[in-house]
Design a protein around this ligand. Structure first.
Ligand SMILES: Cc1cc2nc3c(=O)[nH]c(=O)nc-3n(C[C@H](O)[C@H](O)[C@H](O)COP(=O)(O)O)c2cc1C
Length: 174
């Protein structure tokens, strides 16, 4: 029989690692959210990227309150969201790393709106912040999608159970 246990036991360290493992069972893509700030690219990666609405076109990300980059990024008028491709594993780790040049050796481009995108991504969305809601230890940020492009020549990067993975297609199809 499956045994359910409380997610908040009082030991916050073990609660956090159990919750991380629990949430990690839900496979996601990975997005890079980047913009030019004083001429330099800044960004974070987020597995919390989620499509929200078709009309108007809205997507969301959740940003941890401890992020030191988000307070800078969120001041920019436009943010570039790149849906990372399977070839972006190293770039993903680098853009999430502390105390490194996050964009060193990474191929990127910017739009006239100063949104920054990774080259060879699976899709690109030029967004503006619509609403931000502080909830728990994250901000739930709703982004309005102003323009976008899809790259049919790549496979998306997948994150599951704290590992990067790639997609395979079912033999049977949909
Ligand atoms: C695979 C992966 C997914 C991540 N997803 C998120 C996310 O959804 N939200 C978030 O706030 N940080 C996420 N991060 C962490 C940020 O990319 C970044 O490392 C963090 O904000 C700390 O850097 P900062 O202080 O420069 O913001 C993720 C990191 C990795 C490696």
């Amino acid at each position: 029989m499956t045994t359910f246990t409380p997610v908040q036991s009082g030991d916050s360290k073990s609660d956090t690692s159990r919750l991380r493992r629990l949430y990690g069972q839900y496979p996601t893509g990975v997005a890079a959210v980047c913009a030019l700030r004083e001429g330099q690219p800044v960004g974070i990666v987020a597995t919390t990227f989620t499509p929200v609405s078709m009309d108007p076109a809205l997507v969301s990300i959740c940003v941890q309150h401890t992020s030191t980059t988000w307070p800078k990024l969120s001041q920019e008028a436009h943010l570039g969201v790149s849906v990372l491709a399977s070839t972006h594993e190293t770039a993903c780790r680098q853009i999430a790393a502390k105390n490194v040049d996050r964009f060193a050796g990474i191929s990127w481009f910017s739009s006239d709106s100063n949104a920054v995108f990774l080259a060879e991504a699976a899709a690109w969305l030029d967004c503006r912040i619509s609403t931000s809601i502080s909830t728990g230890d994250h901000d739930l940020v709703i982004l309005e999608v102003n323009s976008a492009a899809v790259n049919d020549t790549t496979q998306p990067l997948v994150f599951h159970d704290s590992r990067f993975r790639t997609l395979t297609t079912s033999e049977e199809g949909a």
